[in-house]
Design a protein around this ligand. Structure first.
Ligand SMILES: Nc1ncnc2c1ncn2[C@@H]1O[C@H](COP(=O)(O)OP(=O)(O)O)[C@@H](O)[C@H]1O
Ligand SMILES: [Mg+2]
Length: 442
């Protein structure tokens, strides 16, 4: 059970909501809007008053005597005329300030006329006196600030008093007067409280809407940015795939094709020789054998480039060690591998980890001008943590991720890692160089 003070504070928090607790600029923006809305709200009050004055007119013939009816009719005519005037003018773009002044003046005037009418309908002992609380309610829906609202409400109460007690001095000193004033004061306070609560709720609602629309806007920007990134990545992947096909086709044609043509030639030559001199084909067979060995090695290398079988057969550590050795052989960069005993890994984690190491090493060779790289594979309770650290020139990953020109490698890595629920970060090394670190589910 919440303590009473807390409950009270929560209840009163709306009233305590000052400008500071709202987002910056909300107060000004709301002020701007409520001023614009004042004319429209005034129009709804006027329409309501006009309808009330005209539609209930026939009821007077049923419930009132002739004297009261005449007094009420005068009041109805005044209300209807003032309301019609306001509604007529509201269609023109007259300054809101002028329209509001007209509205308030009409309210005061019609309330004073109502006071006079009620006084002529009967003395303070009749119920007509108490109908004068009703005009106070006209201000509830109008979006005034607290001070203005209080002033206008008091103005309405005074207008009623002027119409009733001011124009009819004979009624002063009537015993019902004290009761009327005290109820009038209570109703006025109630109306100010209700009206201001509505005002604060509207302001709070406005602030929420504004915040939502800001978030929405940010979200849209973010989505647009991500979409552009993914589109760029897709284009890049398409390009890479085409390049890869071209490379494989060329290698198949140039290397494998030539080897096979050569082998075919030797085979033909061997069979011709077999007819003539069967004993002399030993050398040819040796040539065929070494040709086949070269072809096999070529095929193995091609296949390894596509997807090293050892990744599936011998596991991630062996495949990473193979990549490291190859990098050392091909580029002369020292390449150390430190790996825990990783145990069984999901196939997706194995593949993604391998590709991250592969792309990172490619980047090291392409951009880093490094002399050494360290690859670490650590086993944590729920993750495989992988890092590739070089001692090269380094770069600002923040800027690379902003421009993303030609940066589809890093972006592609990140997407791959995220697609299986991992995270990837690219950091500056401790002293120099770059560290690519990623954590993958295991
Ligand atoms: N290990 C690294 N050392 C230095 N710069 C790097 C390294 N890795 C990446 N970069 C920088 O980040 C950029 C983005 O890399 P990447 O996304 O792989 O694209 P690409 O390799 O196609 O240029 C590179 O152009 C390079 O400037
Ligand atoms: Mg790259």
């Amino acid at each position: 059970m919440a303590p009473l003070t807390e409950t009270l504070r929560e209840g009163l928090s709306l009233w305590g909501a000052r400008a500071e607790s709202l987002d910056e600029g909300v107060d000004e923006a709301f002020d701007e809007r409520r001023r614009r809305k004042l004319v429209a709200h005034g129009a709804s009050v006027a329409a309501f008053a006009l309808a009330g004055a005209v539609l209930f007119w026939p009821v007077d013939w049923v419930v009132l005597d002739a004297v009261a009816r005449r007094a009420f009719s005068q009041w109805r005519v005044v209300v209807a005329l003032l309301a019609a005037l306001y509604l007529g003018l509201a269609r023109w773009s007259i300054a809101p300030r002028v329209m509001t002044a007209l509205l308030v003046a009409s309210l005061f005037a019609s309330t004073a006329v109502a006071g006079d009418a009620m006084a002529r309908a009967g003395d303070p002992g009749t119920p007509f006196l108490h109908l004068l609380y009703l005009p106070l309610f006209a201000t509830i829906t109008l979006p005034f600030t607290l001070g203005v609202r209080a002033a206008i409400t008091i103005g309405v109460a005074l207008s009623a008093a002027v119409g009733y007690w001011g124009l009819h001095p004979a009624y002063r000193g009537h015993p019902a007067g004290a009761l009327w004033w005290s109820v009038m004061l209570s109703v006025a306070s109630l109306v100010v409280w209700l009206g201001h609560t509505l005002f604060l709720l509207a302001r709070e609602n406005f602030a929420h809407q504004r915040r939502l629309s800001t978030w929405n806007h940010e979200l849209e920007l973010h989505v647009a940015e991500r979409t552009a990134e993914l589109r760029a990545l897709l284009a890049h992947i398409e390009g890479v795939r085409e390049d890869e096909r071209t490379r494989i086709a060329r290698e198949l044609h140039d290397e494998l094709g030539q080897e096979l043509t050569g082998l075919a030639f030797v085979a033909r030559h061997t069979s011709e020789r077999f007819e003539r001199d069967p004993g002399a084909i030993r050398a040819n067979l040796g040539e065929i054998e070494s040709g086949l060995q070269r072809t096999t090695a070529l095929v193995r290398e091609l296949v390894s480039d596509l997807r090293p079988r050892m990744l599936d057969d011998l596991g991630l550590v062996a495949a990473v060690e193979w990549l490291a050795r190859r990098t050392e052989e091909r580029a002369g960069v020292r390449c150390g591998v430190r790996a825990d005993e990783l145990g069984e890994l999901p196939s997706s984690t194995r593949t993604v980890a391998f590709r991250v190491v592969q792309e990172s090493l490619t980047n090291v060779l392409k951009h880093a001008r490094a002399t050494a790289v360290t690859i670490e594979l650590r086993r944590e309770s729920r993750a495989l943590v992988l890092s590739v650290a070089d001692d090269g020139v380094g770069f600002d990953p923040q800027r690379a991720s902003v421009t993303r020109r030609g940066g589809a490698g890093l972006l592609g890595m990140r997407e791959r890692v995220q697609s299986i629920g991992g995270t990837l970060s690219v950091l500056r090394g401790d002293s120099q160089g770059t560290v690519v670190r990623c954590s993958l589910p295991r």
